[in-house]
Ligand binder design. Sequence first.
Ligand code: DP6
Length: 336
Amino acid sequence: MQTAGRATAVAPANIAFVKYWGVRDPVLTLPFNESVSMNLDRCLTTTTVAFDPRLDDDEVLLKLYGQDERPAEGRARERVVAQLDRLRGLAGVATRARVRSENNFPADAGIASSAAAFAALTAAAAAALGLELSERELSILARRSGSGSACRSIPAGFVHWRNDGTDAGSYALSVAPPEHWALADIVAVVDPGVKSVGSAENHRLVTSSAYWPARLQEVPGHVVAALEAIRERDLQRLGEVCERDAVSMHVVAMTARPPTFYWSAGTLAVIHALHRWRREGLAGYFTIDAGPNVHVICQAAQADELEARLRALPEVQWTILNHPGPGTRVVERPGS
Ligand code: DP6
């Protein structure tokens, strides 16, 4: 048994080009389909985990962007404690921990903060416990946190979440390092703070949509096309797949019972503007997660021009520019 200690990890958020939408096994967080993503270099969570035998219970402190540090409560706390329990179980210790987690990006920007949060928590807790885990094992553990997309924030750059339907065979791996392709993701925030139905609930509802079988059938083709487009640095191919896959995910959400409409008028305004600009030769493609804000995928060389145009749209409140980034890294280990 290792001596428990303290460690800090930094993890990126990621944007899915082909979405994880639908959970086959909610206990193990096994998805119905594979997905493909890119880590975001400027949207990071930093988490320190310190195991301390003097603690009677876990302490979980969150410092969200622009807010004061406060203790996590309710479901948010339970999920962190459950993930600590998984890691304690592996290490064979019962010691409680103090967890401090900080985001450098706003939680209401349409960037899945839970992916970065659970990737950082998993890596920091594993290092603090002295567990020697491979990247694949870390990815599997991050997936089991319940935020499945956290498994994609572990490896670097462009990432493929493989899934053969088993616990050991559902993990993410890097298909290309960040420097492989100078891409950009501009998040166009059209509706900050809009409360909507969380992914977790909709992951369980997918089979209630009449369009779910159609999505399930087309997604493997999207995965192959996205991986090829990344390999060949083919923006048009990647962009077309991103848009098709995002629309198909949202069709399932809109036709589930009960339905969820994540898009707002601002979402459609950005989509129409992108189509217009593409006809003028400025190539930006949209993808949209479980909210109204739009991620615009483009060549890094065209990001400034696109960002300026996006900011000039009355519906866009602000933007966040990202490039491909590294995966989760431990920046402080026990004894360091
Ligand atoms: C729409 O369950 O991984 O972002 O709801 O933030 O915990 P949280 O994320 P998760 O669902 C992700 C849904 C998605 C698509 C994707 O990232 O693949």
